[in-house]
Ligand binder design. Sequence first.
Ligand code: 6MZ
Length: 363
Amino acid sequence: KFRGENKVTNDFKAVNHEVIPPDLYQKLPKVELHAHLNGSVSPPTLERLIAKKPHLNIEHSMTVISKGQSRTLEECFEMFKVIHQLTNTEEDIFEVTKDVIKEFAADGVKYLELRSTPREEKSTGLTKKRYVETVIEAIKQSKEENADIEVRFLLAIDRRHGPAVAMDTVKMAEDFSLSSNGIVVGLDLSGDPMAGHSKDFIPALQRAKNVGLKLALHLAEVPSQKEETELLLTLPPDRIGHGTFLHPEVGGSQELVDYVRKNCIPLELCMTSNVKGQTVASYDKHHFLYWYNLQHPCILCTDDKGVFATELSTEYELAATTFSLNLADIWSLSTQAIDYSFAPSSVKCDLRHQWLKLKTEMT
Ligand code: 6MZ
């Protein structure tokens, strides 16, 4: 079934609008599987942190890309560095984790997988171990205060930091997966896609896989990385972040597409992030359409809801309006995302029940 970018007529939009009331996207129960902690810090939280650290001279415009604006991916990575200056103590990490969870819950997210790079800050005494423990403590406290959202945690490997740090991060994830009561479920490979080479990370990622940790890897986020992508795909990862340049129409290849399909590796797709970060020219050119038409597992995600000034409900609305999805399509996208989470089957089962109950109430 083709849902085409060129098929959106004004008439259809009007019908679509009637079928999907604007507040539905927020009420719709949702699963968020690709959210970087420091990129998800909202403007109000950042304002508080900026006020606490006036000596840094950080302005709001240095941490957020507003509606209609865009930046290069390199500029986005500079923004993360600015945010990192604002979140350099245990207290900050605890505060931003709690706020981010609360905000996702308020947007109708019932299951959230947060990812973050363990960070050491010599100036404040923050260690990588305490960083991870602090995120876990904030997740546990949020659970006690708000039973309406389940949260899991992926430790992120920043490509810029090289293979030795990657191996340390995997070892840390191993330890925490045993001691965190199931909160740490896997690893993410992220950071500037032009930094390092994927072959350097294979031993660490292979080790993670061998001990049963899940892998969500940024892949083909920028063009001309075919060889890198092929190598990472051999692991294979449990999910792919972005995968923007996998398919032949954008310089990828049919072989890559066939491999991803054969192994049924879900794609985490972040429309606003890709358009504002200038790796995709416009919403209607987003690769969501290519993979959705193949009926390949697609999961709508925010990436960095703070930096890109978005919400998960906004991403659902964008996909629906850009690609003329109807209410049934939207429900099925949000329901399927449960299957692709790294949650244990008991949690998935409970989420499916919640979805069923809410669907009955809402329709
Ligand atoms: C690749 C990204 C990213 O880990 O400090 N990050 N990596 N591509 C992207 N697309 C825009 N967005 C965020 O969160 C910030 C870090 O997440 C990664 C980068 O390594 C960034 O420094 P944490 O919580």
